[in-house]
Design a protein around this ligand. Sequence first.
Ligand code: ADP
Ligand code: MG
Length: 233
Amino acid sequence: MESILTINNLTKKFGYLTAVKNLSFTINKGNVYGILGPNGSGKSTTLGIVLNVVNKTSGDFHWFDGNISTHDALKKVGAIIERPNFYPYMTAYDNLKLVCNIKGVDFSKIQEKLELVGLWDRKDNKFRTYSLGMKQRLAIASALLNDPEILILDEPTNGLDPQGIHQIRSLIKQIAANGTTILLASHLLDEVEKVCSHVVVLRKGEKLYSGRVDEMISSHGYLELKAENQEQL
Ligand code: ADP
Ligand code: MG
């Protein structure tokens, strides 16, 4: 199987706090991976490290076959780890033109990606008039402009209404079906069950479980996980 990301014994300390502890897992091409855990369990820190925006304390990670620098590898990675942020008084289309210029992507990609996320008919609306769900879909279109190997999403449905949540989850599944590997962080078991094929469950920075989602559901300890997840909502 073709490996996209390998993490070995990764540890991150913030002063006395160990946010990520000896974490190891591998992401293989063509799957949808979830990192599941309550708030503060180290999900965003893990994503930040592999995206080179947070320095690790110890351990290792490598992208693809390991023969490529992280800097070059990240050109093949699309990521949304913050609230979508575009120029509010510019249209969605013009915002994506700017992104194309920065990434060196042909403008012809804009229509393909806006159609994929269902925003082509709203391309001439200003970003500020978009709903939160539309903003998130625009961010996904933007992240996909250069056809990355993997799309990384941090809590992609947070703050959305039920319809917005449904649209984002369907879109993630469609992107995966088109052949893009996905890694998403979520505190929602329900989200991981609906969207992901594989999962890494984190608790206080430590891995509690990793494997297939269907195997997790039939595993010993699943009911406990479900009860805990219900509690924290
Ligand atoms: P999650 O994304 O699962 O909610 P985070 O990775 O954001 O968890 O945080 C893990 C732990 O690390 C939390 O206790 C958080 O308060 C702490 N943390 C995260 N970033 C920093 C930082 N820059 N400085 C200090 N502590 C941090
Ligand atoms: Mg987080």
